[in-house]
Design a protein around this ligand. Sequence first.
Ligand SMILES: *[C@@H]1O[C@H](CO)[C@@H](O)[C@H](O)[C@H]1NC(C)=O
Ligand SMILES: *[C@@H]1O[C@H](CO)[C@@H](O)[C@H](O)[C@H]1NC(C)=O
Ligand SMILES: *[C@@H]1O[C@H](CO)[C@@H](O)[C@H](O)[C@H]1NC(C)=O
Ligand SMILES: *[C@@H]1O[C@H](CO)[C@@H](O)[C@H](O)[C@H]1NC(C)=O
Ligand SMILES: *[C@@H]1O[C@H](CO)[C@@H](O)[C@H](O)[C@H]1NC(C)=O
Length: 328
Amino acid sequence: MKLVFWHWFWLSFMLLLWSSQGLSSDGLALLALSKSLILPSSLRSNWTASDATPCAWNGVGCNGRNRVIYLDLSSSGISGSIGPEIGHLKYLQNLSLSANNISGSIPPELGNLKKLSLLSLYQNSLSGTIPYELFRNQLLEKVYLNSNQLTGLIPFSVGEMINLKSLWLNENMLSGVLPRSIGNCTKLEELYLHDNQLSGSLPEALSEIKGLRILDATNNRFTGKILFSFENCKLEIFNLSFNNIKGEIPAWLGNCMSLQQLVFVSNSFNSLVVLGAWSIWTHRNACVFDGATPSISRALSATNDERHLWEMAGARCLSSLTSPVHEE
Ligand SMILES: *[C@@H]1O[C@H](CO)[C@@H](O)[C@H](O)[C@H]1NC(C)=O
Ligand SMILES: *[C@@H]1O[C@H](CO)[C@@H](O)[C@H](O)[C@H]1NC(C)=O
Ligand SMILES: *[C@@H]1O[C@H](CO)[C@@H](O)[C@H](O)[C@H]1NC(C)=O
Ligand SMILES: *[C@@H]1O[C@H](CO)[C@@H](O)[C@H](O)[C@H]1NC(C)=O
Ligand SMILES: *[C@@H]1O[C@H](CO)[C@@H](O)[C@H](O)[C@H]1NC(C)=O
């Protein structure tokens, strides 16, 4: 009799525990997050503490075990800041908070999300530095931090994102060098760095990124020569305008069969790089108007002849050469 009673007691006790367990830990993390992240009431109305899981909440998606794997609140009129609670969503694969009004800094706890493959925070008002921890993630494939007010360095840990395909850091206030560890990101295809204050020379290690299609470093403070090269070049867009890059126009550009946009316009008028853009522009005109076959290597070899003429002319007109080269 006693035994039956104890059985009954424990059973009801466990049931009580079970029913009072309430919202899952991922749900609690989201609710905590929504204290600093200000969601519009239409979105928030649906985030209810009495639910067992957050899986049907606006912007939230779960796997079969009710763990949150994506959070997509892009273009939702959100303001406020991202709290450290984001680091509790351990199963998160995609995080999109782009095109909102989010301010404050990027919490280092985002680096705890080891399953993250897409991180999209572009077009907000995020400030502060990029946490070193953020890039210590081998599964990240797409990182969009562009169009914010981020300052400081690109962390050396960028080289730990060995599966990275797209890195968009453009339109921030980042300074310092592009770390040579970037050469570790051998799967990288798109590297947007334009409109920052990056300096130093572009690292030779870029040569390791054999599938790089887009490199846009326009409007930074890069200096030095182009030390990297691509044998089997996949570049489609290569834009280095408005920097202080000097030296020879790299001959390997002749290997870039897919090149559509090559823009080297620079504010350093002595730079041969300006001449390169101009030569390809004239070559493009020859192709368009005179039916010549496009050949970048021919354009480049023409450059050296042109250099001579330009030098004799005192290169007075180079400032008018701001029109981009555009071959299609
Ligand atoms: C929240 O709203 C979305 C669409 O507005 C709906 O699909 C979903 O079922 C709602 N979830 C809950 C828990 O009410
Ligand atoms: C961001 O906030 C400003 C005012 O602070 C407002 O004018 C603007 O519409 C907001 N943008 C978005 C995308 O919500
Ligand atoms: C996550 O984003 C990737 C694009 O990087 C997309 O292919 C995938 O379907 C997304 N997954 C979820 C669960 O939203
Ligand atoms: C480069 O990648 C390897 C793994 O392939 C990693 O162990 C190493 O720390 C990375 N180096 C840098 C500089 O990030
Ligand atoms: C790079 O050059 C292309 C081709 O002219 C142009 O469309 C693009 O806007 C340039 N990028 C920047 C950041 O100026």
